[in-house]
Design a protein around this ligand. Structure first.
Ligand SMILES: [Ca+2]
Length: 182
């Protein structure tokens, strides 16, 4: 029994050490840096994403009352589509297979569902993988979604999307990490 406990403890310590060394690939993950010209979180983009995207109108605003820090990102949906995505303003080169973990916190109206997607392309910019987390219903308390996904050997770039199908959800504390060596 004692041996089993020590092995388990060693595993926990190793995991903690590995965790501490991972890099958060998302810029401005807590939405504390403001793009004053755009009036939205720096290093993030937003779009309406579906068949009626041309008529859709959405925005990401800074809202006080973040889970940590001062701000959260509030996704506003005004008209058109009810599928709003926003994402870190990076297209990351990955050059092959890897395993990634995307996590984020959210809260808001319980009529809105939230999920995330991972999207990769090859060198010809053809779609390789398009994977999605489970959908979760927002609530008045902060909840976390953790989504792990694998990229294919011929994947060259990827991006991630946070998605909502309605108005008023807050996001905070986004983390995007590579969790397994290639
Ligand atoms: Ca924050």
């Amino acid at each position: 029994m004692r041996r089993l406990m020590s092995v388990t403890l060693a595993g926990v310590l190793w995991t903690a050490a590995a965790w501490a060394q991972t890099e958060n690939l998302a810029k401005n993950p807590g939405f504390e840096v403001v793009d004053e010209a755009q009036k939205m979180p720096k290093d993030w983009q937003v779009a309406v994403w579906s068949s009626d995207a041309p008529t859709g109108k959405a925005a990401v605003e800074l809202a006080e009352g973040g889970r940590t820090g001062k701000f959260a990102a509030k996704v506003r949906w005004f008209e058109g589509s009810k599928n709003v995505v926003f994402w870190p303003a990076l297209t990351r080169e990955i050059k092959g297979a890897g395993k990634f973990r995307l996590s984020f916190w959210f809260k808001g109206p319980n009529t809105v569902t939230v999920y995330a997607s991972g999207y990769t392309q090859d060198t010809a910019r053809k779609d390789v993988d398009y994977v999605h987390s489970k959908q979760a219903q927002a609530s008045e308390t902060w909840q976390q979604t953790v989504f792990e996904f694998q990229t294919s050997a011929n994947a060259q770039t990827f991006n991630v999307f946070l998605r909502v199908n309605g108005d008023g959800v807050l996001f905070d504390d986004v983390s995007l990490e590579e969790i397994k060596a290639k």
